[in-house]
Design a binder for this molecule. Sequence first.
Ligand code: NI
Ligand code: MN
Length: 293
Amino acid sequence: MGRNGCTHGGVSRRDFLHLTCGCALAVATFGEAFANSDPIRVTQAMGGSMGAKVRATFLGHSIFRIDTPGGKTIYIDPWVGNPKAPANAKQVDKADLILVTHGHADHLGETVEIAKKTNARVLTMPELSTYLGNQGVPAANLIRMNLGGTATAIPGTPIRVTMVRADHSSTVFYTDPQTKVVSMTTVGGAVGYILHLENGLRIYHAGDTALYGDMELFGKRYKPDVAMLPIGDHFTMGPEDAAEAARMWGVKTAIPMHYATFPVLTGTVEAFKQALSPQITLKAPAPGDTVEF
Ligand code: NI
Ligand code: MN
């Protein structure tokens, strides 16, 4: 069993992390197309409680729980059993939507268990959706998307999700309990998400990614207010590249993630702060802490 009591056919989540998180090189171009159009912003008139805030609670590693002004609960990459998670993180009683950036166990986490328990919709790449369906997540709750798409994510609300590129890999590993032979399945690409919330706030969650030049294009196109960025280095960009990513996305606020979970994730908040443009507000909640927007 893994340290959190979680196994996938005998491979602990920690082993998964070591086995699965490789980084792709960033090869990117920058374009000006679409730079001035902004058709996607959800207007305040479309819904939500006027004046209510967005609450983003950090649950360690890359996990955020977003509580929206309209009373919806969204989990991103819910590895709620991660070593830094607060003790109550595993008690997930309500989830309307789960976003999964890629198949690595430190992001897929307890998605299947939470989706079954809460009846949450799960939005991810088609290949990973199929995997989740095979694991017992009801087909009706799976939102299959691909890069560049924007979808209504929770029916009856104006909440929408845009899927954007991440430079990373996406694989699920399985160890046969009898033979101990490890097999693997590539489950689409790795992605990031832009959440468009009821009060107009836009949050970009990068998933695992390297720095790439199209962040500047996407920043002009989608104009997120907040970026949640990996800073841990080794499997993703480190603090300096993450600071450059925050600049390229043009956000007002940057929140670091994917650091300090394991010794190999060496990037620090202090290094991120040093590299970050002074115009960008740094928010670095401890696991369990909530940031309001
Ligand atoms: Ni990964
Ligand atoms: Mn990761």
